[in-house]
Design a protein around this ligand. Structure first.
Ligand code: AGP
Length: 613
């Protein structure tokens, strides 16, 4: 997720901006930039890589006296969504002949249309980004009032934004606006700061105003004046930041993992945003660069991935075979790359990787290309190696995932796979009506996840009953089997409990020998086909005195009566059950690990991206 910092006041802006960006580094980014407004001109310096490299570039290119002189500026760390991580695509973006600079966090959905309109008016673009479009759009409306220009421009924008704008034509002013991407205004003594996250400015002031969606504000050293886009004054309360700096970087959460678990409704809204066509009841996945005819010609899908991403791919098998009648083979990437795979031009290989840098998955991509298969990447990091070498694919848009244990990436991966299955299905036998129903369910995923998050305290209480165990089973049937594997992996990797996932029907073929009162079983009993059979397996477990935690659909009293402890989920179809269930299992694992005093964000022996074999 991008980071924004701004300053206007009595002190030199440069160091305040750079130090503010440092406070946002934890969010993950690929480039950074700063715009400084001096009496004479606007200085913009941008750099790929870390903030330290930007600071070095500033020292090399802007004389110290000039850096000192600037009392107003904006700065940005970029998490690429549109366009590769390059200097040209880094923010701030400029317009008006270099007199105006703008930084942005969010996604402008109609940027292509706006860009074409602006190009016909003579605007020249130097980047691939949606943000540059916004900079030129504001400039075209600037007839002497920067606040009005920003408001007019934003009325034409579809999508999400948190922006800050400065211009040489309006000294002493920063205009900011928010819709879907957080922005906070810090109130100082003859100085005002703005940021996308309070951690960037809390060193200077604890008096802050959290802007709300639809707010636009004229910010000067005297403070902010907040309005609606229709220029109606808005009154926002000043809040006092209670957090310590360290906590603020995690948005007040104790760990990044918990923050990312709770980010999932917003993250998945970004994953889904602009990707459903409710008229044709299909998905809009332009990054696949395949026509309906080419999609209809695909005979088989192969999914290559590792770890959590492999579990998402295993869920994908049920989605693609259930919705698109497409044979689908999920393969562990390392096994795939060395087994001389039988694939060819009628196959689409889908490489799933949050980081886009996993060595085994990258090797599987290269092997697939070598054998003439179509390859698509499902990555979260824009411009990552797998995304680039696959040449086509779908970005997750889930924002940076800092916790080593993957959470929002998994649910975003499964959601993208569901949209791909919808698209491939609608190129085959999936009807418009069924497609429409699925579209409506996909749109509802964030709300369903929100309901699970509301169970957090109840899940924590159950976790407390089992935090002492040394082993655990997770069992599920059908599409819930990969979810059981994922739940076991979450518990294993952050609490160090030996947890295993099994097909529920597999228990009596051996694992049942391990059941006793010390082996809790987490049974996925969502009210979808197969539940009754799994309930039978639960009875087998309880007959061996194994305590059972039932993940059940709310209101399913039959399932509740058969287990020792219950976690209730909203009712879903078979296709969205894995996403909703995974969130409950993430919370269960998190609370068990927290109660065991484990290092949750950086578990022992693990790396966020396994870039070696
Ligand atoms: C999952 O919690 C782990 N962090 C790990 O299994 C991870 O999913 C795997 O290493 C694949 O990473 P990738 O998605 O970045 O390729």
């Amino acid at each position: 997720m991008c980071g924004i910092v701004g300053y206007v006041g009595k002190r030199s802006a440069c160091d305040i901006l750079i130090n503010g960006l440092r406070r946002l580094e934890y969010r993950g980014y690929d480039s950074a930039g700063v715009a400084l407004l001096t009496h004479e001109r606007l200085l913009v310096v941008k750099q790929t890589g870390k903030v330290a490299l930007l600071e070095k570039r500033l020292a090399e290119t802007v004389p110290a006296a000039v850096r000192e002189q600037a009392r107003i500026g904006i700065a940005h760390t970029r998490w690429a969504t549109h366009g590769l991580p390059t200097e040209a695509n880094a923010h701030p973006h400029v317009a008006d002949g270099g007199q105006l600079a703008l930084v942005h966090n969010g996604i402008i959905e109609n940027y292509a249309t706006l860009r074409r309109q602006l190009e016909t008016r003579g605007c020249v673009f130097v980047s691939q980004t949606d943000t540059e479009v916004l900079a030129h759009l504001v400039s075209t409306f600037d007839t002497g009032d920067l606040l009005a220009a920003v408001s007019q421009a934003l009325k034409r924008v579809e999508g999400t934004y948190g922006i800050a704008v400065v211009s040489t034509r309006h000294p002493g002013q920063i205009v900011v606006a928010r819709k879907g991407s957080p922005l906070v205004v810090g109130i100082g003594d003859n100085e005002t700061l703005i940021a996308s996250d309070v951690s960037a400015i809390v060193a200077h002031t604890r008096q802050v105003i959290y802007l709300q969606d639809g707010d636009v504000a004229l910010v000067t050293a005297e403070g902010p004046q907040i309005y609606t886009l229709d220029n109606m004054p808005v009154d926002r309360a000043v809040a006092n930041v209670e957090w310590e700096i360290g906590a603020a970087e995690k948005g007040g959460y104790e760990h990044f993992m918990l923050k990312e678990i709770f980010e999932q409704p917003a993250a998945l809204q970004n994953t889904i945003r602009g990707r459903l066509d409710l008229t044709l009841s299909t998905a809009i996945l332009s990054g696949l660069s395949l026509s309906p005819r080419e999609l209809a010609a695909i005979q088989r899908l192969v999914i290559v991935a590792c770890g959590t991403s492999l579990h998402a791919g295993m869920v994908g098998k049920y989605l693609f075979e259930g919705l698109a009648d497409l044979p689908t083979d999920p393969e562990q990437a390392a096994e795939f790359r060395y087994c001389n795979p039988i694939i060819g031009p009628d196959d689409l290989v889908i490489a799933i990787s949050q980081s886009g840098e996993t060595a085994d998955t990258l090797a599987a991509v290269r092997e697939s290309i070598q054998k003439g298969a179509l390859v698509a990447g499902l990555c979260n990091v824009v411009g990552s190696t797998i995304a680039r070498e696959a040449g086509r694919g779908v970005y997750l848009h889930a924002g940076p995932e800092i916790g080593v244990a993957s959470t929002k990436a998994f649910t975003a991966q499964v959601t993208v796979l569901l949209m791909m299955a919808l698209k491939l299905g609608r190129c085959r036998r999936l009807s418009r009506e069924t497609g429409r129903t699925l579209c409506e369910e996909i749109v509802n995923i964030p709300a369903m996840i929100q309901k699970v998050l509301a169970q957090n305290e109840a899940i924590a209480a159950i976790a407390a009953k089992y935090a002492h165990v040394n082993n655990a089973f997770f069992i599920g049937r059908g599409i819930l089997y990969p979810t059981a594997l994922e739940g076991a992996l979450k518990l294993k990797e952050i609490s160090y409990i030996h947890a295993e996932g099994y097909q529920a029907a597999e228990l009596k073929h051996g694992p049942i020998a391990l059941l006793d009162e010390n082996m809790p079983v987490i049974a996925l009993l969502n009210d979808i086909p197969g539940k009754e059979k799994t309930l039978g397996n639960v009875q087998e477990c309880r007959a061996r005195r194994a305590p059972v935690i039932g993940i059940v659909t709310e209101g399913d009293t039959e399932a509740e009566q058969g287990v020792n402890d219950v976690i209730r989920l909203p009712r879903t179809s078979v296709y969205t059950a894995p996403v909703v269930t995974a969130v409950a299992l993430q919370l269960f694992a998190y609370h068990v690990a927290r109660l065991r005093g484990c290092e949750i964000d950086q578990p022992r022996n693990l790396a966020k991206s396994v870039t070696v074999e």
